[in-house]
Design a protein around this ligand. Sequence first.
Ligand code: NAI
Ligand code: MG
Length: 407
Amino acid sequence: MNNLLRRKVVLMPGDGIGGAVLKETVKVLRAVKFECDYVHADIGWEFWRTEGNPLPDRTLKSLRENKLSLFGAITSKPKWEAAEELVPRLKNKGLVYYSPIVGARQSLQLSECIRPCLSFEGNPLNFVRQKSGGGVEEPPINTVIFRQNTEGLYAGVEWTNPPKNVRQAFETHPKFGIFKDVKGEELAISSRIFTQERCNSICRAAFEYAKKHGYKRVTIAEKPNVIRETSGMLEKTAYRIGKEYPDIWVDSNNIDAICMWLTKNPESYGVIIAGNMFGDIISDAFAGLVGGLGFACSANIGSEVAIFEPTHGSAPKYASYKTSIVNPIACILSGAMMLDHVGETHKADLIRKGIAKVIKDGKYRTYDLLKVKGQQNVIYNGAVSTEDMGSAIVEAIGDVDSSAKYY
Ligand code: NAI
Ligand code: MG
């Protein structure tokens, strides 16, 4: 490939452990010979503190130009704490902190978020279930959450002490009656906005994915019996679009009910569609069944730009370790999703097979894979570093005969 045409991937390490997990991901992408150049972009706390903007315009420009990005993690703090940490020349200038990754999703309209939750054979953190006749079993989980990524409660249309005209508009709604005497500063409103266009696109993307990858069930995880307008719109859209996919069973489970069912029969779910908030929650819940944050990968997809990221945060607790010990697999799996996205499925599968082999062999375990239930903050002897885990995966990728399974 001519150098001018070579694909560029924007690397945004961000804060805390972001850089360490991203470094291993690039190492693994190089091992499968993914052809690209990497360019760095600034995001996160340092840029908030020193520039008053955690997502500088130059970063958005690079994302728009280069279209593909891998992101580590950021640190977010409440707005008053964030304002305190600004360098003196930026203090008291009315700057308000916002999450740069939520900002990037909105600025670039990355309206679909895909979060696969796959169990790897031999993962000691896999969900196990008591069998009715005694003993335990480990159901194979293969669920993919499609979360609407730009609207709903995360759109940021909210007020404490709403302005008069907003309050007046609310007062025209009969159900507002019970709030009408609440004083302004004692009233907080966060609005949940869904649009038909985005409901269409998340549902379409979910059904197309289900069809392409052979999933037999698509479930809407909302609360349409209570949140009638927004959940109702998404549910109705899913049923309408679902009619075009006769081989796929479409059903609707309330978000609270799914939280109960997923500890009983998680393997029965295929693709799940949810709005922004419920999608965030349900994807963490499913991730907990297949190894937790060390395994939870994701893609933020827009019509132009796509950003791939582990769903975990900057884990400040572990960020200061001289040798990083966190699990890079969530980030590496996100890198594999990037390869899927650009059509390099074979290389993506090589990465997943490499991870499967390392997990099954069990020789290399980061600390999270050695934790004993109920014990927090215990680092066991024998836990390997982030870098060693990355190297073990690179080595396993070379072992094409591996028969270790992921689901
Ligand atoms: P977190 O995901 O950073 O960490 C929670 C805990 O999960 C950690 O203490 C650690 O025990 C475990 N963990 C996370 N990633 C791991 C990995 N790769 N390997 C092994 N264990 C891992 O969430 P927390 O502590 O709630 O938030 C810390 C900071 O990150 C906050 O400032 C928060 O706002 C931010 N955050 C950023 C996100 C992002 O960048 N997309 C997402 C979530 C939180
Ligand atoms: Mg989350």
